[in-house]
Design a protein around this ligand. Structure first.
Ligand code: ZN
Length: 181
């Protein structure tokens, strides 16, 4: 189930669910059993929502993906996005965070605590020590950033032909106030 909540409506929640579903259908073989809550906020407080969750990727300005492990049931996801972002930045952040959701759901991305107290990140069965690999070299981030470009075009085309009333959202460009998480 995909749901979307917001503290103040800037971008319509139903529309965000529609495009998130479309994006996840591109990223996953099946959306069966997926549990995702998209939270649109004026301000993304990276500390507030991650306390009881183990895995998260956070950027205080743009968005966070939280993957909570539910015993025997896989993950429960929460994606928090700053809805103060202009439309294209907002979409790029959404694509980026949903890529992380898909990586966890596909089990391409996982975290393992070793007996030595270290935490390793596995991506496609290769272990990475995040203290050693810079953000821009982390393969799960490379995939997320590549998807931002690739899927933004796809999404813009889809919105144009299916929701032309929403295409006025698109007229804004992503300016410098944008960072990845
Ligand atoms: Zn990321």
């Amino acid at each position: 189930m995909i749901e979307c909540v917001s503290d103040e409506v800037r971008y319509e929640n139903d529309f965000i669910i529609e495009i998130s579903t479309l994006l996840l259908e591109q990223l996953l073989d099946s959306l069966d059993g997926i549990e995702l809550k998209i939270v649109l906020q004026e301000k993304v407080d990276s500390q507030a929502s991650i306390t009881d969750s183990k895995y998260s990727y956070a950027s205080p300005e743009c968005g966070i993906t939280i993957a909570k492990v539910v015993k025997n049931k896989g993950y429960k996801f929460e994606v928090v996005i700053n809805q103060g972002l202009e439309w294209q930045c907002f979409l790029r952040t959404l694509i980026h965070e949903l890529t992380h959701v898909a990586q966890y759901q596909r089990k391409d991305l996982a975290h393992v605590d070793t007996s030595l107290g270290e935490s390793l990140t596995y991506f496609k069965n290769i272990a990475y020590d995040c203290d050693e690999v810079k953000y821009q070299d982390q393969p799960w981030e490379i995939e997320a950033v590549n998807n931002e470009i690739k899927m933004l075009k796809f999404l813009a085309g889809w919105i144009e032909s299916n929701n032309s009333n929403k295409s006025n959202y698109e007229r804004t460009n992503c300016d410098g106030k944008y960072g990845q998480a």
